[in-house]
Write a protein that binds this ligand. Structure first.
Ligand code: IPE
Ligand code: MG
Length: 240
């Protein structure tokens, strides 16, 4: 079967806690195992020709979790950006972030800035890390940015189109072609609501720490069979 390679893949990283529970481990062990995917599966996805990968690693709503779990995740992110993603320096992967700063701690923001700076000249691939991110906030923030530009006389109302709106989002990326949510949950959880308008969706049962290249290929096989019409109809059906 010939695999179609999507331009922009988005992944909702889910199931770390259940992965750990099934092994009699603490939830944190699941998060640690999940973080390995950034140096195993993610580079493989780029090698297969995908240009952009967006990953949902922490939502604004995740701050509702226990202090211990949130702190562990923040430590893990700092380590991930300072050490694991450093390997991206030798690749052509540019790291960008989507989300808001508050209430992230300075040490987390610093580690984020550093990896962005270290990879900013890379052009072939983009890893968009959604951290302290929520889709409805992103749309409201974009509307506010446009309103400010309008008020400042920089743009006219007619300059705002469904395409130009992308430039007001946290990152001006292409629309998403394929969304994968691991762990068998069937929800969007406030992830990239604008960019997902016409995405194909795949829900593998696999927990995120087990999301190997083989699991990704299974999603690609499913994606390749889909008939993407973007609201239109097939040419051969146009006569009736
Ligand atoms: C995803 O795994 C990681 C984050 C949301 C930070 P979960 O922590 O949601 O794992 P489950 O859903 O409890 O198994
Ligand atoms: Mg979950």
């Amino acid at each position: 079967m010939e695999l179609k390679i999507p331009n922009h893949v988005a992944i909702i990283c889910d199931g770390n806690g259940r992965w750990a529970k099934e092994r009699g481990l603490a939830r944190t062990a699941g998060h640690k195992a999940g973080s390995e995917i950034f140096t195993t599966t993610i580079p493989e996805i780029f090698k297969m020709g995908v240009k952009i990968v967006s990953v949902f690693v922490f939502s604004r709503e995740n701050f509702k979790r226990s202090k211990e779990e949130v702190n562990f995740l923040m430590d893990l992110f700092v380590k991930l950006f300072n050490t694991k993603l450093k390997k991206y320096k030798e690749t052509d992967i540019k790291v960008v972030f989507s989300g808001t700063d508050k209430p992230l701690e300075d040490r987390v923001l610093k580690a984020m800035d550093k990896i962005v700076e270290e990879t900013k000249d890379h052009t072939k691939h983009i890893l968009n890390v959604c951290l302290n991110y929520s889709g409805d906030y992103e749309i409201v923030d974009a509307a506010k940015k446009f309103a400010q530009d309008y008020k400042a006389g920089k743009v006219n109302l007619d300059d705002l189109t469904t395409d130009s709106f992308y430039n007001y989002l946290y990152q001006p990326l292409d629309p998403i072609d394929l969304l994968i949510r691991t762990s068998g949950e069937y929800r969007l959880s406030n992830f990239m609501l604008y960019q997902l308008s016409y995405a194909e969706i795949c829900f593998p049962k696999t927990y995120f720490p087990d999301f190997t290249k083989e699991e990704f290929i299974k999603c690609l096989e499913e994606y390749s069979k889909r008939d993407r019409r973007f609201g239109g109809i097939k040419d051969e059906d146009k006569s009736n």
